[in-house]
Design a protein around this ligand. Structure first.
Ligand SMILES: O=C(O)CCC(=O)C(=O)O
Length: 209
């Protein structure tokens, strides 16, 4: 049985959603795609600072300098963004359904966290106005080391909930929760299940542009 925790209206934490086998399959798929042309890279944000995660964008590329989506990696190497594999799209669709959402994602950002990686508190608001207005969810799958995840409110200074995202967990926020601030303060090294074939944490976030 799936352990679904209601975090806020529109936000659901699905504990241990992916089996160990599914985690290994998804991790292998991401590592394989990430090692090809148009694979993992270090995004450089406005102001010229590198992000602490490595990133792989599937379906559409997210440009870290302009905070917008595009067909090609114009801030990296000009290559087209790789296609979002059907298998991953299907996993995200099913997980969102478990949380009560109908979801047809067309883009996935894979963030590869190392021990020192972080993700500052932010809102996801670079998707199309229609997608945001509809409250189309953001669905994340975590694989590897545990993350200390913060889930806040609609204002940056609103109180935050501290949530541990463990390997295999899914986290969904849409509807009234779609624009809530969120971020990752820390990765707990050495907490991943054995046999995943990589170090750190992979977080796949699916969105409908
Ligand atoms: O790594 C996570 O759990 C969150 C990722 C995130 O905030 C994002 O990709 O916008």
């Amino acid at each position: 049985m799936i352990d679904a925790l209601a975090i806020a209206p529109g936000a659901v934490h699905l504990k241990h959603y992916l089996s160990d086998k599914e985690q290994r399959i998804v991790a292998a798929e991401c590592l394989e795609l990430g090692a090809r042309d148009a694979g993992f890279y270090t995004p450089i944000v406005r102001g010229g600072h590198p992000m602490s995660v490595r990133m792989l964008c599937l379906g559409r590329h997210w440009n870290a300098r302009t905070y917008s989506y595009e067909e090609t990696r114009s801030d990296i190497d000009g290559l087209p963004a790789p296609v979002l594999p059907e298998h991953l799209e299907g996993l995200a669709r099913s997980a969102a359904n478990e949380a009560g959402f109908t979801f047809a994602p067309d883009t996935c950002i894979v963030n590869w966290y190392r021990a020192a990686s972080r993700m500052g508190l932010h809102q996801d608001k670079d998707e199309s106005p229609q997608s945001i207005a509809e409250g189309a969810p953001v669905l994340s799958l975590s694989i590897g080391d545990t993350a200390r995840f913060l889930f806040g409110g609609l204002r940056r200074r609103a109180p935050v909930q501290k949530i541990l995202l463990e390997s295999g967990d899914a986290f969904v926020f849409g509807g009234a929760a779609r624009l809530r601030y969120h971020g990752v303060t820390r990765i707990e090294p050495g907490t991943a299940p054995p046999g995943l074939g990589f170090e750190g944490r992979l977080n796949l976030t699916f969105r409908k542009y």
